[in-house]
Design a protein around this ligand. Structure first.
Ligand code: SF4
Length: 296
């Protein structure tokens, strides 16, 4: 499969069949917490990166795995793909789009997203300084414009909106009150608060439990339906939908796996953990005492 991966267990979407709509690290941001490393092609220009018919065909074939959602995320910002609306319109299944919100000021992007059942826009900052530091955004983007677009989109969208905020120590953890004030005015179903747990590519730190409780009470004061997303997915990978170990391993490119998940993968394909570790491209990093496996 070239564009579709998974299904993977998602913290917010259950069993999620991932679809990648951009070339590797093509994004309007280069977030300091991005698990894929620094953005190699920073752009705000929408394009038809691949043959849309091929993407649709892969999705249709993969639906037999019966995911909860077909989720557009992957290796860059999905709204940069100008075929997004065309593809969404043709999927006969629940769909979700994970977006960094950067292009929601564009009418064509908002119109494309209207075809989705759920949208997970993220917002990590409300001041220009923090926006530039945490999201390392494309120079043409300003936080005011991004926030205006986000508000407009949320007002228009009929489906489920789960806003996502990543809190990074020393970057936006002191801006939470201001973020809560702005988020309080945006129409949404839920707000998910995350902090980096899986090892990101750059050296950054998440906030501790005490700070998380403090953050929770700030959002509570604004009557915002907030949830702290635990990093340990409750449901696990379903390896039965993969025809080969090679196919299953590709997931680790976008979605690092915990050691226990890799052990289950080894069991499923009747190989040892050592054999998996020796596959060219597989490596692991230790983070907070746990091993996370990647494939590059
Ligand atoms: S928006 Fe997403 S893909 Fe783009 S840099 Fe940030 S975390 Fe990475």
């Amino acid at each position: 499969m070239k564009y579709v991966y998974g299904p993977v267990p998602s913290r917010r979407l259950g069993k999620s069949l991932g679809v990648n709509l951009t070339p590797f690290k093509t994004c309007s941001y280069s977030c300091i917490y991005c698990q894929l490393g620094r953005t190699t092609f920073k752009t705000v220009e929408r394009k038809s990166f691949f043959k849309k018919e091929e993407i649709l065909e892969e999705i249709s074939k993969s639906l037999k795995s019966n995911p909860d959602y077909v989720t557009f995320a992957g290796e860059g910002e999905p709204t940069l793909n100008s075929d997004l609306g065309w593809i969404l319109e043709r999927i006969n299944h629940d769909t979700a789009v994970i977006t960094n919100s950067s292009l929601l000021w564009r009418k064509d992007v908002r119109e494309d997203l209207m075809q989705a059942d759920a949208c997970l826009p993220s917002i990590d900052a409300v001041t220009e300084k923090t926006f530039k530091r945490i999201n390392r955004s494309h120079p043409s983007l300003e936080i005011e414009k991004v926030l205006d677009g986000l508000k407009e989109f949320c007002d228009e969208f009929d489906g489920t909106i789960m806003l996502e905020i990543m809190i990074v120590k020393g970057y936006n953890d002191e801006e939470v009150e201001k973020i809560a004030e702005v988020v309080g005015e945006i129409k949404k179903d839920k707000v998910h608060i995350l902090t980096p747990i899986r090892p990101p590519a750059s050296k950054i730190e998440g906030v501790d439990a005490r700070k998380m409780i403090e953050i929770l009470s700030i959002f509570d004061a604004y009557k915002i339906p907030v949830e702290i997303v635990d990093f340990l997915e409750s449901n696990d990978f379903d390896f039965s939908s993969f025809s080969s170990l090679k196919d299953a391993i590709k997931i680790m490119r976008r979605h690092p796996m915990r050691e226990e998940q890799v052990k289950k993968l080894a069991e499923h394909f009747e190989v040892s953990l050592k054999e998996i570790e020796e596959i060219n491209g597989i490596f692991y990093k230790k983070f907070k005492g746990k091993k996370y496996y990647y494939y590059l």
